[in-house]
Ligand binder design. Structure first.
Ligand code: GLU
Ligand code: MG
Length: 469
């Protein structure tokens, strides 16, 4: 794909390799071809990102001529990268993560994308000094879960919704007066931002499905179409990087906080997932509820019953509980239902009007979740559901809060309780591995202690921009 961003014509092709090349190495010929393309595209800097346990995007970069070294040998990084806390100062040391040791951050060259200003972005993974994948690496863990899906013969697609709030450059509100949710006026008032966004995404090889003005004041949403799991998580990170750059060009700040302003609508990071096995979609064409195949019903059952243990992963920041409430369409209830926007898990059906395929939307996730761990969690739960032929809980076909006696449990909206649920979860050990659970819990507990006495208002201000790139 050619791009025309910046002063020079850039010709960097994203997704150069049909498959991501890690954890083995890209061939010398592929890397030489990449180097030529980088030069032809005028790329000067390669920025490699990881997402830490607090959901913050961190980066290291090299001059473009060092792309081969960034991929093959990697850059040194302290193991504390996976214990950094959201406050920018804290490091949640664990028995495995201390001040000694070193890891290698290796670039995934198969996912490089031109992001303008002669810069190419790519995801990186942690390896140890022997060259082995590091068990604390979120992207590496997703790769492992994807390999399990391949062994089980399940093809997976994941689509992502990114909600965000535009602010002024100091992080304060743009709009003082009335906001029109889904309004044409607020969408068109920011049309220069949106058309720049589309151009920038296209230049980076990142497709956009739709953009709209969301419910909350100054809130917008962009949807990314379905992609294989690793690619989908990479694309969420790339989208956040690009959104930050586009917002900055138009004089805006951008917030992915689950509670950008007290009393305002929260930002979600919903995922949509679907499965095919032996050419047969698992969520349609069957004799189960709403046409589910037996394996599809088990995948859905696995997700719905497992989710409560993973809230510390999916929506566990000190602000996340304030978003995860009834009446906000954030999926606060631990249940599922066809097109039920108050359920944590909404089954989106294929209909004659939209035959594109049934999928499962997991709504409780917010942008403080590491996207690699969020996808690994949802996919891992689905795979365990299929493996164990999990039963599908009863559908909740109405607003759960309207049922007398409140029989439908809520997901935990107390981050301390959510951390305990994760700490006691055998499923989390299986799906995410002990090292990731340990560092994630250490980070969550640090954050809880750090903000225990902070008034909500002050917390929203302090954390408004930390999940932006
Ligand atoms: N903003 C809501 C959330 O926090 C989601 C609204 C919607 O359904 O799009 O997840
Ligand atoms: Mg939305």
């Amino acid at each position: 794909m050619s791009t025309t961003t910046g002063r020079r014509r850039q010709t960097l092709t994203v997704q150069m390799f049909s498959e991501p090349a890690l954890p083995g190495c890209a061939t010398t010929a592929d890397l030489a071809a990449l180097q030529v393309r980088l030069e032809a595209g005028g790329i000067e800097l390669i920025v490699g990102t990881i997402v830490d346990m607090a959901g913050v995007i961190r980066a290291k970069s090299v001059p473009a001529e060092r792309v081969e070294s960034f991929h093959r040998r990697g850059l040194g990084a302290s193991p504390t990268f996976n214990a950094f806390c959201v406050d920018g100062a804290g490091i949640a040391f664990t028995p495995a993560i201390g001040v000694t040791g070193d890891l290698r951050l290796r670039l995934e060259p198969g996912s490089l994308a031109a992001i303008g200003d002669q810069i190419a972005w790519g995801p990186v993974e942690f390896f140890d000094q022997q060259g082995r994948p590091d068990p604390g690496c979120a992207r590496g863990r997703l790769r492992t879960v994807v390999a399990e899906a391949q062994i089980a013969g399940v093809d997976v697609l994941v689509g992502s919704e990114l909600e965000f709030v535009l602010t002024d450059l100091t992080g304060e509100r743009l709009t003082a007066g009335t906001w029109l949710p889904y309004g044409a006026a607020p969408l068109l008032a920011c049309s220069a931002f949106h058309t720049d966004l589309l151009r920038t995404f296209t230049a980076a090889g990142l497709p956009v499905e739709q953009v709209h003005a969301e419910y909350g004041t100054d809130q917008f949403e962009i949807s990314l179409p379905p992609a294989p799991p690793l690619r989908a998580a990479d694309q969420v990170v790339l989208a956040r990087v690009l959104l930050g750059r586009v917002a900055g060009r138009h004089g805006f700040g951008i917030s992915f906080s689950p509670l950008p302003f007290v009393g305002a609508a929260g930002n979600g990071a919903h995922l949509h997932i679907s499965f095919v096995s032996d050419g047969q979609p698992l969520l349609s064409g069957g004799s189960g509820p709403h046409g589910l195949q037996p394996a599809g019903a088990s995948a859905l059952g696995g997700i719905v019953t497992g989710l409560p243990e993973f809230i510390a992963v999916l929506a566990g920041s000190p602000l996340s509980g304030s978003r995860l409430g009834p009446g906000t369409w954030a999926g606060a209830y631990a249940c599922w239902g066809l097109e039920n926007r108050e359920a944590a898990v909404r089954l989106c059906g294929a209909t004659p009007g939209d035959p594109s395929g049934t999928n499962i939307e997991v709504k409780c996730i917010d942008p403080t979740a590491n996207p690699y761990l969020a996808v690994a969690t949802v996919l891992g739960l689905a795979l365990r559901g299929i493996e164990l032929a999990a039963a599908l809980p009863d559908e909740v076909a109405v607003n759960p809060s309207s049922i007398p006696g409140d029989p439908v449990p809520r997901l935990s909206h107390d981050p301390a309780e959510a951390a305990e649920l994760l700490a006691n979860s055998a499923l989390a050990q299986q799906i995410l591995g002990g090292r990731i659970v340990e560092s994630l819990l250490a980070v969550r507990r640090w954050e809880l202690a750090a903000y225990a006495e902070t008034p909500l208002e002050d917390m929203t201000v302090a954390l408004r921009r930390v999940w932006s790139a």
